[in-house]
Design a protein. Sequence first.
Length: 90
Amino acid sequence: MTIEISREARQQAITSIERYFAEHMEERIGNVAAGALLGFFLEEIGPVVYNRAVADVQERIQARVSEVDIEVHEEAFGYWARYDAQRKKR
């Protein structure tokens, strides 16, 4: 699966890469080279981050699903218990 980002996000990422090189490396990186580096990161490293995010979401969903019975459980055959409780109050 190819990881795609919006045009705006791509431009912001390229600008960020250019700034990173300007502030932390001994030489600057051009716009085209920064775009190529971004493409490499998205293709090579992006799936690792994506797969971890999917696994995290699956874990959270499974935890929520396992709690559904607690959240929405309704006791069966409760009519007479409620009826008797109402009669005692009178």
